[in-house]
Design a protein around this ligand. Structure first.
Ligand code: HEC
Ligand code: HEC
Length: 237
């Protein structure tokens, strides 16, 4: 949490600096529609999602911040739109991305998606530390699903190397901690939906409104299985 507080302070500084900067090629101003997506990527997004302007482009070092390099453009656009509209609202989304996305223009969203989808994803250095038995168990889930709970194979949608396709995200090389956390968001959304069905007067407050396809799937994996499949995905290149 200390680390996150530090980063939040850093980004607040970046935003304040943006207010003083005039050159559009160096601007950190998130409220100026004239600033291009490429400049925003360089000056703002890089603080958390990995440096821009060198080989690291969009490969983050901290697992709180997802890698964006090589992600599907359609998916990136959809998520930025969701942060902008507040339909993706887990704690980290609210704390980190709502402010960033507040004044995004459709043009900036397009440019940012284009930029990050064309960056090269790097192998995840954390993969070397993962327990090989857990990675192997995760591979089985990825390829075969979890029959017992009617969970389909992940590869059926995410692709045989988890490269994604359009609105279905690339998962290969993504930080295991981030993937696990998102699986928990979908899992908890499934439980919220079920409770809402039992008690329709209750507010359902789904955290990833476009994640319906993932709810039953995440709910059909045990905590252990979520960790295993996340570690396997992190190991993919
Ligand atoms: C202060 C840190 C920070 C900055 C700066 C930041 N992000 Fe994020 N971003 C995050 C965090 C944290 C998440 C994960 C949110 C979650 O867990 O739901 C995220 C998630 C995302 C996602 C969703 C990725 C996925 O796999 O679903 C996209 C797309 C994104 N950010 C784009 C951007 C862009 C574009 C910029 C710059 C204009 C930017 N971010 C700047 C912290 C940041
Ligand atoms: C029926 C198709 C389908 C199957 C099968 C599927 N997924 Fe997904 N998955 C999706 C879609 C669509 C999304 C995007 C959801 C959104 O837009 O909120 C997604 C999103 C995700 C995310 C969030 C990624 C991010 O960057 O935030 C994770 C993690 C994930 N899936 C893991 C899995 C795992 C693990 C399995 C297998 C156990 C699996 N998926 C099986 C369709 C599928």
């Amino acid at each position: 949490m200390k680390q996150i507080a530090k980063i939040l302070t850093l980004s607040a500084v970046a935003l304040t600096l943006g207010a003083c900067s005039t050159g559009l090629d160096r601007s950190r101003s998130l409220g100026n529609p004239q600033v291009s997506g490429h400049v925003l990527a360089q000056q703002v997004c890089s603080i958390c999602h990995g440096d821009v302007g060198n080989s690291v482009n969009g490969n983050s070092v901290n697992p709180t911040f997802p890698n964006l390099a090589g992600q599907q453009a359609v998916y990136l656009e959809a998520e930025m739109q969701e942060f902008h509209e507040h339909t993706r609202k887990d704690d980290a989304a609210q704390a980190f991305m709502w402010g960033i996305a507040r004044d995004f223009t459709p043009e900036q969203i397009k440019q940012l998606a284009e930029f990050y989808s064309h960056q090269t994803p790097l192998p995840n250095p954390a993969a070397a530390k993962a327990d090989p038995a857990m990675v192997a168990a995760g591979q089985k889930i990825f390829n075969e699903g979890n029959l017992e709970k009617a969970v389909p194979p992940c590869m059926a949608c995410h692709g045989s190397n988890a490269e994604g396709n359009g609105p279905i995200p690339r998962l290969a090389g993504q930080h295991a901690d981030y993937l696990y956390k998102q699986l928990m968001v979908f899992n908890n959304d499934a439980e919220r939906e079920a409770e809402h069905e039992k008690n329709p007067s209750m507010h359902e407050d789904i955290e990833r409104a476009h994640g319906v396809a993932m709810e039953g799937i995440a709910h059909g994996l045990s905590d252990e299985q979520k960790h295993e499949v996340a570690l396997y995905l992190q190991s993919l290149k």
